[in-house]
Design a protein around this ligand. Structure first.
Ligand SMILES: [Zn+2]
Length: 310
């Protein structure tokens, strides 16, 4: 699950004092609390997080001239699907079967300004129930896309009062934060729902869910709003992003990694650079492009008492 504009600062899983992640209570998720995004906008971060150039070597043009992790997985026989509910995949899904969420869709989730992210859960359910081989389904969320935060979740949301306009500078700071926190609350529900769908298939498939945001957001700190400042100048709120992992017990056994060992390494520093190698590691793809030291599952197996092989 590729989040959108979710900043780590507002995740209660990471210590934010408001219960923005209560919908994940009981979901047995692992929260990675020190994750840095490649860029501060979608056009940079999205291609970067799926490439193996790394943040230091990344440029959009260089990424466009080489395979990304989805291409590598497909060549290795993994069935890859991209479910799109944002402004497009920035070239990442160019060679991947893609389903764009409908503008007018089921159960009141969509209107003329797009669909709320629960629409992706139904699409995931349909996709997963038909899968009988190695597969990766990417959900590209609308998440907390600004400035119209109030359109991203079913009203009213738990935090009130809200800022129901796209002219966010005109709102009280408190209302703006409430509105943004409502988007995080809703994203938590969508992640929890996706985990439920994955759980439903867990007797048949070795399922896991990774949620990772593309970049953060400024909400008026030092009078800065939205995102996209050049990385050296950007405040930390724009580049500190949440990452959530959930691994079914069958997948954990197949990966030879204990969930407690993943939890142990969840406080280490990570970045978008880890996604490419973690996805290859999950699928067991052998390629010269794979770097075990960047695969979070491999890192977890290195912990004391964590390797199940001598
Ligand atoms: Zn974005």
């Amino acid at each position: 699950m590729v989040g959108e504009t979710a900043r780590a600062a507002n995740f209660s899983l990471g210590g934010y004092p408001r219960p923005t992640n209560r919908r994940l209570d009981g979901s047995e998720v692992i929260y990675f609390s020190r994750v840095i995004s490649c860029g501060t906008d979608t056009a940079t971060s999205l291609p970067c997080m799926f490439s193996n150039l790394g943040a230091d070597g990344f440029s959009v043009s260089a990424a466009g001239q080489r395979e990304n992790v989805l291409d590598v997985l497909m060549r290795a026989g993994v069935q890859v699907t991209w479910l799109e509910n944002n402004s497009g995949c920035k070239g990442v899904c160019a060679r991947v079967p893609t389903e764009v969420m409908p503008v007018v869709g089921p159960s009141g989730l969509c209107n003329d300004s797009g669909c709320q992210d629960e629409v992706l859960v139904g699409a995931l359910q349909r996709k997963l129930s038909s899968i009988d081989t190695d597969a990766l389904v990417v959900l590209h969320l609308m998440g907390s896309h600004g400035p119209s935060y109030f359109k991203r979740y079913p009203a009213p949301g738990p935090f009130q009062p809200t800022c129901d306009t796209n002219r966010i500078q005109t709102c009280d700071r408190e209302a703006l934060i409430n509105t943004y926190d409502n988007t995080i609350d809703y994203t938590s529900k969508v992640v929890a729902d996706a985990i439920r769908v994955a759980t439903d298939q867990a007797d048949r498939l070795e399922t896991a869910v990774i949620y990772l945001s593309d970049h953060g957001e400024s909400l008026g700190e030092r009078n800065i709003y939205l995102h996209g400042l050049p990385k050296p100048l950007a405040p930390r709120e724009q580049s500190e992003v949440p990452m959530i992992g959930w691994v079914s017990s069958r997948a954990a056994a197949a990966l030879e990694v204990k969930p407690t060992c993943l939890r142990d390494v969840s406080v280490k520093p990570y970045s978008h650079d880890n996604l490419f190698h973690t996805l290859l590691g999950f699928h067991g793809v052998k390629t010269a492009a794979y770097t075990p030291s960047l695969d979070i599952f491999a890192i977890a197996r290195e912990g004391p008492g964590c390797g199940t092989r001598p």
